[in-house]
Design a protein around this ligand. Structure first.
Ligand code: CP
Length: 304
């Protein structure tokens, strides 16, 4: 693995290898609770042009637990505000012998663009670009599901919410299809659905109650208002009435259905507190797993 930009071109073998590695790193962490030195002498830069709690913090922790130094580049106080371009920023940091760049940006393709402009051996990891891809979220969602339900071929998974603007949905779909998920269903308001041709092999079900019938996993997504045009923004109350996952609706799924959400959650907009905090919720487990998955990605990129 040279860079991690998307899961589209990663096959089942590489995805499984990363998940297995995350599992091993998780076991090692819980048995020893000490930093490893796999990335000793390396420097990882977090370049977040969009806000983040989970992804930035977990990359920071992942790199530190592998023994790397970490720079959390502060965009607001950097010379990007004086007009320095992205590529010049990259080359400036490369000149200081930084080894990996974790990039989040609102524009699709930014991580891939920077990966093409790397001059030396540094690697680029996409931490989310527009509505295009969030590969480590796709991996950590697959990892979380696999820990509970190892046989993907038997699984029926539903993704519900603002699919149109969701890089998480796209990366989840790639990961789950690569791993041979039994059935993949999505549910969203018509104006928040991508074109059918963007979703090969995915069943679209308009009614949320019907979509939930018999599913083993439901992945809820938030409304990404920051990517919407004004006309697309629904009333939160109306949206919750049609697409909110509450306790009644969850009972329409299988009794042991797992509930995932990449976060941040908006309570009583797409998910009820009783469900988000309930026994079937894996939401905080996803957050914890994100650190191990990101450790696995960094270790694999550095070939250690
Ligand atoms: N899931 C996710 O990407 O969360 P953050 O925006 O907090 O990183």
């Amino acid at each position: 693995l040279r860079h991690l930009i998307t899961l589209e071109n990663l096959g089942a073998d590489m995805i499984t290898r990363l998940l297995d590695r995350a599992e091993a790193l998780r076991a090692e962490w819980f048995s020893q609770r000490r930093k490893l030195d796999l990335l000793h002498g390396r420097t990882v830069v977090n370049l977040f042009f969009e806000n983040s709690t989970r992804t930035r913090t977990s990359f920071d922790l992942a790199a530190k637990r592998l023994g790397a130094d970490v720079i959390n580049f502060d965009i607001a106080s950097s010379s990007t505000s004086k007009g320095e371009s992205l590529v010049d920023t990259l080359h400036t940091l490369e000149a200081m012998h930084c080894d990996a760049f974790v990039v989040r940006h609102k524009e699709n393709g930014t991580a891939e663009f920077l990966a093409r402009h790397v001059r030396g051996s540094a690697c680029v990891i996409n931490a989310g670009d527009g509505n295009n891809a969030h590969p480590t979220q796709g991996l950590l969602d697959a990892f979380t599901i696999r820990r509970h339900r190892p046989d993907f071929s038997a699984l029926r998974v539903l993704i519900c919410g603002d699919i149109l603007h969701s890089r998480v949905a796209r990366s989840d779909i790639h990961a789950l299809r690569a791993l041979g998920v039994g059935a993949l269903r999505i549910c969203a308001p018509a104006n928040l659905l991508p074109a059918q041709e963007e979703l090969p092999g995915v069943e679209i079900v308009e009614d949320f109650d019907q979509a939930l019938a018999g599913v083993d996993v439901v992945i809820m997504l938030r409304l990404q208002k920051e990517r919407m045009q004004q006309a697309q923004v629904p009333s939160e109350q109306a949206y919750y009435a049609r697409y909110g996952l509450d306790a009644r609706r969850l009972r329409l799924a299988r009794p042991d259905c797992l509930v995932l959400h990449p976060g941040p959650i908006n309570r009583e907009v797409e998910i009820a507190s009783a469900v988000a905090d309930g026994a079937q919720s894996c939401i905080l487990e996803q957050v914890g797993n994100g650190v191990f998955v990101r450790m696995a990605v960094l270790a694999e990129l550095f070939d250690t």
